[in-house]
Ligand binder design. Structure first.
Ligand SMILES: Nc1ncnc2c1ncn2[C@@H]1O[C@H](COP(=O)(O)OP(=O)(O)O)[C@@H](O)[C@H]1O
Ligand SMILES: [Mg+2]
Length: 260
């Protein structure tokens, strides 16, 4: 695997944003993730699907560093991060979403984006977080990317569910990630909001690699370049949407529920 590192400001160049090799994780007697192997090239939009309890969220938490795998290897942009902290992973460009519905409802959209942008700056330069011109720029750019520019002064609590999801993605974007992971972003949204979120995801720059866990198959088939299917913690299929849609095994265990 190629990996080019500069000095000072580190620039990572690798054709793969994420490589998971034989990741295994058990909770007591339950094997939540079973020897899962996955490669996501830079710029790809990759969906992770599978029935409830398949191990999707556990796998995400292992990638972000909130959970430690029992065995296996995790590489981001060519760098082995298997034993790195959540913060070190974030510094390498791993983006995550916030549960804003609980924490940020009293802030405005702009303040929320400032907070995310300032967090990114703090990580990179160890400044105390403050509203520098850079932070304002990052925040406003993120607002534009998630179509919330005209909502900047609104309180988060006044936003619809759909707009709050847009803000979640915007906050992740404001941290300038190389790789963003979204866990069921369409959950609880109306059909119309799902469509907007689908459009938004498709409009994100290709410089950001995206991994999406989602049950909404229309959204998955519309946004994903490739899809990985998990069942009982193991990868049972992987391919482009057309292959996954017609895969017999996948239809039996999963898609059948949707198209029956
Ligand atoms: N913290 C935990 N403690 C014990 N069991 C867990 C924990 N998290 C997940 N599990 C179990 O691991 C399996 C996979 O769960 P999860 O990763 O949440 O699946 P998914 O996101 O695909 O629905 C399930 O059997 C679940 O009950
Ligand atoms: Mg889950």
């Amino acid at each position: 695997m190629e990996s080019v590192r500069g000095t000072g400001t580190e620039e990572h160049s690798s054709k793969d944003a994420l490589v998971l090799t034989s990741i295994t994780k058990s909770f007591g007697g339950v094997r939540a993730v079973s020897s899962a192997t996955l490669t996501v090239p830079v710029g790809e939009r990759h969906a992770l699907i599978g029935p409830n309890g398949a191990g999707k969220t556990t796998l995400f938490n292992i990638v972000t560093g909130e959970l430690a795998a029992d065995s296996g290897k995790i590489e981001i942009l060519g760098i082995d991060i298997t034993r790195s902290s959540v913060r070190e992973r974030a510094k390498l460009g791993l983006g995550r979403t916030y549960q804003i519905s609980q924490v940020f409802t009293n802030l405005t959209v702009e303040e929320s984006l400032f907070l995310a942008a300032a967090a990114e700056q703090t990580m990179q330069f160890l400044n105390p977080w403050r509203k520098s011109a850079k932070v304002v720029n990052l925040a406003h750019e993120a607002a534009e990317q998630v179509h919330l520019t005209s909502y900047l002064q609104r309180r988060v609590s006044e936003l619809s569910h759909g707009a709050q999801r847009q803000l979640e993605v915007g906050m992740a974007i404001a941290m300038r990630p190389r790789l963003i992971m979204l866990d069921e972003p369409a959950a609880g949204l109306s059909p119309f909001e799902r469509l907007s979120l689908t459009k938004l995801i498709k409009s994100l720059p290709r410089s950001v690699t995206l991994i999406l866990i989602e049950h909404d198959m229309d959204m998955v088939l519309d946004t994903a370049d490739r899809i990985t299917v998990l069942q009982h913690g193991a990868v049972i299929a992987e391919g482009i949407p057309a292959e996954i849609r017609t895969n017999q095994k996948v239809q039996e265990i999963y898609l059948g529920n949707f198209y029956a």
